[in-house]
Design a protein around this ligand. Sequence first.
Ligand code: DOR
Ligand code: ZN
Length: 345
Amino acid sequence: MTSITITRPDDWHLHLRDSEQLRAVLPYTARQFARAIIMPNLKPPVVTTDMALAYRARILAVLPTALQSNFEPLMTLYLTDNTPPAEIVRAKESGVIHGVKLYPAGATTNSDAGVTDMAKCYATLEAMEQNNLPLLVHGEVTDSDVDVFDKEKVFIDRILMPLTQRFPSLRIVFEHVTTRDAVAFVEQASSNVAATITAHHLLLNRNAIFQEGIRPHHFCLPVLKREIHRQALLEAAISGNPKFFLGTDSAPHSQANKENACGCAGIFTAHAAIELYATAFEQADALDKLEAFASFYGADFYQLPHNKDFITLNKENWVVPEQLEFAGERLIPLYARESLAWKMT
Ligand code: DOR
Ligand code: ZN
């Protein structure tokens, strides 16, 4: 195959940051995707409907003129121990907030204000269930005695499974799943539970973090896992099961913050997101499954219409830039200086 045309995709999990960093990274996403679920882990986090509306306005304000009306940010709230149920009603009524993000406190970048104990959120989760507002989950426990490679599996057993039993009608997106355990959990769960899969977790296993030295640009959370897990993710992605759909988790950090004695977690993939997914699907000989994964299943789960226009990818080698401009700093994209075989026209 030398060319593939698919319905324009959406990104169901994206970090855009704010201010000049937002201005720098937004065009990469808006060029490819019609919509994106925008993560609320800013400093300070987006905890109220008013904050989400203001953030949305800031995003739209820096959208390049050529892409105006071609890109819609789908906003989220950041769940805290103290998010009142009334905030859920306001969020739903806004019409522009499509989910509430659960970060276990301390799990990842800007998660300090996250949830310390699920029981503190029960009334709010009940309001989400009643108002049909999905919970978007960063699925890792934070206990320091749990091995970093087991944090997702332990989260399923201790937090997620009980949550689905207590709130059976709550719609849940298990974000960026990284293990075969997570795939199995989502498969056996009710139709209210779905998952996003990143391109980097489809393409890389944990060896990539230690290739001839330590590779900070391959460090993300949840951390890359063993090859058996990558295989399980790939099988889920190409299975045609509508519970699994595209979410890049593209997460920009400056080169200085990545190449650091305590480097930040996050892999930037927005510069080539759909191309990276095409690469993974092609390796699995399943390019025919890309469109539904990238353009239909997420919209269906979020109860939004499919996009009406199309994008085309050509089989064409191109070299990923060494670095990108990032608000006066440098941003190192995934596969910098390496060649990719697909290019969006
Ligand atoms: O790698 C990650 N980066 N994982 C997350 O959960 C957060 C994200 C970020 O915001 O940088
Ligand atoms: Zn994320």
